[in-house]
Design a protein around this ligand. Sequence first.
Ligand code: NOJ
Length: 535
Amino acid sequence: MNSTPWWKEAVIYQIYPRSFYDSNGDGEGDLPGITSHLEYVQALGVDAIWLSPFYTSPNKDGGYDVADPRDVDPRFGDLEDAKALIKRAHELNLRVLADIVPNHFSDQHEWFKAALKAGRGSPERNRFHFYDANPDGTPPNNWISLFGGPSWTQVEDGQFYLHLFDSSQPDLNWENSDVNTDFETTLRFWLDLGVDGFRIDVAHGLVKEDIGKNHPDPTGLSNALRLDIEMETEARNALLESVPYFDRQGVHEIYRRWRKIFDSYGDRDVMAVAEAWVHPPVNATRYVRADELHQVFNFDLLTAPFDGNFLFDVITRSIELNATVNALPTWALSNHDSPRVATRIGALESHALALFVFALPGSAYIFAGQELGLPDGELSDSDRQDPSFFRSHGAIKGRDGARVPLPWHGEITPFGFTTGRPWLPINQSWSAMTVEKEDSDADSVLNLYRNALALRAHHLAGSGHIEWLESHSLGAKHGELLGFKRGAVSVFMNLSHEDFVLGYEGQIIISSRGSSADFAQSRVVPARSTIWILN
Ligand code: NOJ
């Protein structure tokens, strides 16, 4: 194995296959569409791609409802297309991470169909969480689905099955050894096909405790788990302290077993990153202990306000906590489950934050379209497809806004994404944000990202720790200017609404705001922007 594995400080580009590029005019992106645009991805300067699920699926939850984890859904192509994608990515020096979904299958998976047929008490039902109704006919407990509504659905013979998400996503019973064996087969299947690792969906959810008990406050708990609901921090933390279906100790045994599989691929340097929403934050570090996974997502920046003190605290905490297990943090500003960062905190702010985190130690994740500065698409309710919208009867708008397909070229929607009708409408107002337009504009967000990643690779690779610079000593008010030094580069983010004139030696090499023609001469950190200075 190399001394510094490729993933340690990788930049990883998340592709939502349905929204990337449609090669056959059916309105949905597909694997050949990705393969044909990998040069674009490579030119961004990233090290790897993570593909959200493309497996056989009825697609009730964007493919996170898997009916056959070892095959490709026809809407995305076939296994040959997957092989071609991996081959082309490797030719371009891009690693490939697949998304593995071990908490649940789709109700269209043959196991679930067999479980329905086999009836109560059968080994087939034991692969899921089937329970009898309470004597009064109610479900086995009062848990609420993360997509709204009860976590239980009743089948014809009266039994209920557990689903933390949609009713079409029955949870798997990880106490049943068939489940473990099947997932190990799936891991090896994709590794043998050439993938370089995995993003693990709901990594904290596989093991459940106290299924036989009611939760004292199921509504409070379900609100506490939702990012779009405001709640007193103390009340939220108290509810999240112990969730009977999240972050149970048993999950770590599973990842220890998986780690042995990954390591058996030797110098392939296979890696896995956990999606683990856990509380308190220190618990996330357990997933990246030396004998478990390689990375765990840090979701702080998906919800953080553009506030200097807040950002300082969460960044410091993430670096320090990861250091306790000898791991490096991960930074993600957007993904397919959350509002796009430009919509959430503003366009200028999102570019500033991106340039800031690209200089931090650890891995940076970019959600496709973020590099164009895309906001959420504006959708009407009749466009929406997210199950959380339907299960909550419209109370939760859902995640479709972040999943609107990418605009590639031309003046008129759907901007080359498809020759057909895109599965979600692409707003005409995105005409200035196509890849084609941004490619030819030296000051576009796309070129900011390309330049930043090139400078990161050149100046920051292996640079180690950061040293925070006191805002007072720079003449700024606390929280208005964040600065740190890392290796040969000093980075300053101005969070205030005023330009800031910096008394600091060195040459500005990139700025998230202002024309590339003039920042090199200047000492100014414009309002709501980040600059890098070469010392
Ligand atoms: C997390 C995935 O990112 C999300 O898109 C999905 O709905 C849930 N897990 C359930 O698989």
